[in-house]
Write a protein that binds this ligand. Structure first.
Ligand code: HEC
Length: 151
């Protein structure tokens, strides 16, 4: 195929993929569902590469610390967008978010505390001291998702 013909074809297949996915748009004022989902995606964009660094042989203490700070800057963003009445498609949150509000808050605080500990550990720039606190943060993501996020 001529190179110049490739691009429109790619664009078309992307459109088809998105349509097939069938996720409804968040059309409500302020787009609370979309906003909190984007905030979680930002969190994972900081968190994932830290794990890659720990598992592989690319560990760099300064880079890890920078990502820990980035995670701190992003960790508070989703929580203000779970107002009552925001349980609607395309949310992946379970109704439990609005039913078990105390548990949700406990899980949130556990996540905040775990990221505090990760930052303290990251300041040592010592890889050996990072695996446990990284794993502990990951555990708080999982603990919350188990009850409050649809699989
Ligand atoms: C206190 C609860 C809680 C904690 C802690 C938590 N999450 Fe979530 N997460 C949720 C809920 C609820 C949703 C669903 C939001 C929605 O769709 O409305 C979600 C959604 C997500 C999504 C999906 C976003 C999308 O729409 O594609 C990702 C990715 C994610 N979380 C990553 C993480 C990571 C990584 C961590 C830990 C570093 C974490 N979360 C910690 C509750 C939590």
């Amino acid at each position: 195929m001529h190179p110049s013909l490739k691009l429109p074809f790619l664009a078309l297949s992307t459109t088809l993929l998105l349509a097939a996915c069938g996720e409804p748009e968040d059309t409500r004022p302020g787009q609370p569902v979309k906003t909190r989902q984007s905030a979680f995606k930002e969190i994972i964009r900081s968190f994932e590469p830290m794990g890659v660094m720990l598992r592989g042989n690319t560990f760099n203490g300064d880079k890890f610390l920078a990502m820990a700070y980035e995670l701190m800057a992003r960790r508070d963003a989703p929580w203000g967008h779970f107002a009552a009445g925001t349980d609607y498609p395309p949310t992946k949150a379970t109704p439990e978010v609005w039913l078990q509000t105390e548990k949700f808050e406990r899980e949130r605080l556990a996540f905040i505390a775990a990221t505090d500990a990760l930052l303290v550990a990251a300041q040592t720039r010592d890889r050996k001291q990072l695996e446990a606190p990284y794993q502990a943060v990951y555990q708080t993501c999982q603990d919350c998702h188990r009850t409050f996020k649809k699989r």
